[in-house]
Ligand binder design. Sequence first.
Ligand code: ADP
Ligand code: MG
Length: 226
Amino acid sequence: NRERIMQSERLNVISELAASVSHEIRNPLTVTSGFLQLLNKSKTISKEEKQYVELSLLELQRAEKIVSDYLSFAKPQSENMVHSNMKAESEYTKNIIIPYATMHKVEVKFNFNNSLNKSYDRNQIQQCLINLYKNGIEAMKEKDGGTLFIDISEKKQNIIISIRDTGIGMTNEEISRLGKPYYSTKAEGTGLGMLMVYSTIDKVKGSIEVESEKGKGTTFLITIPT
Ligand code: ADP
Ligand code: MG
């Protein structure tokens, strides 16, 4: 139990820190890549200089990716607090993810049954859902597509969120590493998405169960008490 409390405090510190860092870094990133893009269009720079500019843009893109996995932390928390049933957030994020899914030949099946009201940070829940959807879609990339099943329902005063993919799946060892900072098996991964997911669900006193079979797919089952 003590272990759990310490883990929870650690996650809090990490997310508070990430909040300020993301916020401070976002603007300079945007400004810098804007100017570099202008420079890239210049007719007077040499081929070599152009290469440097393009490399810099790629590096900035990577930094932007890291920040965007933490996007939700960038806003002051109390401002986004709502008392609601996650319908708006889950529908909005599902729509956001559709182009990404289509690009990877993934069909999204979304099902919202009744759900219960709960106080939560809207931005954090949105970011958390997006991180889970993205991982599901990316797990099906190598299998040349599949289906992402998103189900939201209620059960005995709990909000139940189930996210299932037909992707590459994980071994138990891989499952145990989920949420560790910078753990990623992807060439372009940040290894921050699941850290954000665990910290957000922890904040609403929820729990996450992972069921996965290598080569078959993965289900994330999230239970949030109301
Ligand atoms: P990233 O997506 O940037 O790699 P995450 O923290 O989001 O970082 O995920 C960490 C790792 O967990 C991924 O690299 C992947 O190996 C594994 N993972 C997460 N979700 C899934 C999933 N749905 N199916 C298979 N592997 C997954
Ligand atoms: Mg991810």
